[in-house]
Write a protein that binds this ligand. Structure first.
Ligand SMILES: C[S@@+](CC[C@H](N)C(=O)[O-])C[C@H]1O[C@@H](n2cnc3c(N)ncnc32)[C@H](O)[C@@H]1O
Length: 387
């Protein structure tokens, strides 16, 4: 009976969700509207729906609940009622590694193809190691903190006292399991920022100089600006975004981090902004471009199921247009940092080629930051120098 109850709850969630909003937001509203679901019901429905989407389009023609059982088996280290009911022959193997479990599923379901987990294969950036990348979808990424070095020990102790498993990835980075209510354990963000490991690594490309004037032109809530400030606190900053809301969040985060001196503008970079910017000349521009976000789908696996590949060329056009509109405000000899959290060639290498061919800059270096190996996001970064 209980397994049928869980399956019914899963089916109702699955049938009510159409992929138009992020799954976590949908679930928040859904559970509010279905008050009869107790905390255990909510927990199981959440585990099942997330596991289900992590399977992407693999075994698409199989029965829905058989796919749920397979997905739940691949994504979790503990047995569920659905695994017991639908895959009883594998329930003893649930704590094996993802690779071993994939091999077992492939043995029992000859039509299983790992590449169907991520069906947008032909579009991948060239440095993605496909096998590792596909396998990464069955493991939930970690939550990463960027911490001021002198506060690492203190933070680690507080987290351990709260019985959180914490890994010191570097002398400024901590990794925690996802789903922790961090604001309850570490309420002040004065000494740390939540920032993905790969996003932290983009800082290696910035190389700011003392008293430089930089523009973070797609700043959103300021992740890259905070990183830049951390690397070189004397840098003067202009932050802009088309969304005023995001800049309000930025203001709050900057306040908490103690950054007071910066300029902020709401700018649509698809428009001509000369009226606002004609006298500006920057020593560095960070273009953390709007993109498909495909390097972050380990956190939003519903996208494996609902993403429409036509959007890739839409983003690619947006990226080249924005690049074309910002480069003129860069001083000669100074860097343009182009960043995406995408795994698609059209948003990464192809945009780099377009920029090199059409704008007065020269590529210095580029890199795919393969977060899929580190339970982190996958990102792409290129550093150009203005000619
Ligand atoms: C990847 S996010 C930036 C993330 C941010 N840099 C960080 O580290 O947290 C891309 C941003 O580009 C902004 N954007 C999209 N279209 C834009 C446009 N036409 N002009 C300016 N900003 C735009 C979005 O609002 C979004 O905040």
């Amino acid at each position: 009976m209980r397994v049928e109850h869980q399956i019914r709850a899963f089916e109702q969630v699955f049938n009510s969700y159409d992929g138009t909003q992020p799954l976590h937001r949908f679930l928040f509203t859904y559970f509010k509207q279905h008050k009869q679901m107790g905390s255990s019901d909510r927990r199981w429905a959440t585990r099942y729906i997330y596991s289900f989407f992590r399977l992407g389009k693999a075994l698409f023609k199989e029965d829905l609940i058989a796919r749920l059982a397979i997905a739940d088996f691949l994504c979790n280290q503990t047995v569920s009622l659905v695994i017991e009911a639908k895959l009883p022959q594998l329930k003893e193997q649930v704590s094996l590694s993802v690779q071993e479990k994939i091999a077992l599923i492939a043995e029992q379901y000859p039509l299983f193809k790992l590449s169907d987990v991520f069906i947008f294969n032909e579009n991948l950036s060239k440095d993605i190691e496909k096998q590792d990348f596909y396998e990464s979808f069955f493991i939930q990424p970690d939550l990463f903190l960027r911490v001021k070095p002198s506060y690492v020990a203190q933070l680690v102790q507080t987290l351990k006292e709260a019985e959180i498993v914490v890994e010191e990835v570097s002398d400024t980075t901590l990794a925690l399991p996802n789903g922790i209510k961090l604001e309850k354990i570490l309420p002040s963000q004065k000494y740390y920022q939540v920032q993905d490991l790969s996003s932290q690594k983009t800082g290696n490309f910035f190389q700011p100089k003392k008293w430089d004037y930089w523009w973070d032109c797609c700043a959103a809530s300021g992740g890259k600006s905070l990183l830049l400030h951390n690397l070189e606190p004397t840098v003067q900053l202009l932050v802009s975004d088309v969304r005023e809301n995001s800049l309000n969040n930025l203001e709050e985060r900057f306040g908490e981090a103690g950054i007071k001196k910066y300029q902020k503008k709401v700018l649509d970079l698809l428009q001509n902004n000369d009226q606002d910017l004609h006298h500006y000349e920057f020593d560095g521009i960070i273009l953390d471009a709007p993109c498909s976000g495909s390097g972050t789908w380990g956190r939003t696996p519903e996208m494996l199921y609902y993403f429409d590949s036509h959007k890739i060329s839409y983003f690619s056009k947006l990226q080249t247009s924005i690049a074309g509109n910002v480069v003129k405000y860069l001083k000669t000899g100074k860097p343009l940092i182009y960043i995406t959290c995408s795994v698609f060639k059209q948003e990464n290498e192809d945009v780099v080629t377009w920029i090199e061919e059409n704008l007065p800059v020269q590529l210095e270096k580029m890199e795919l930051i393969s977060g899929y190996k580190d339970k982190a996001d996958t990102m792409f970064i290129a550093r150009f120098i203005k000619k």
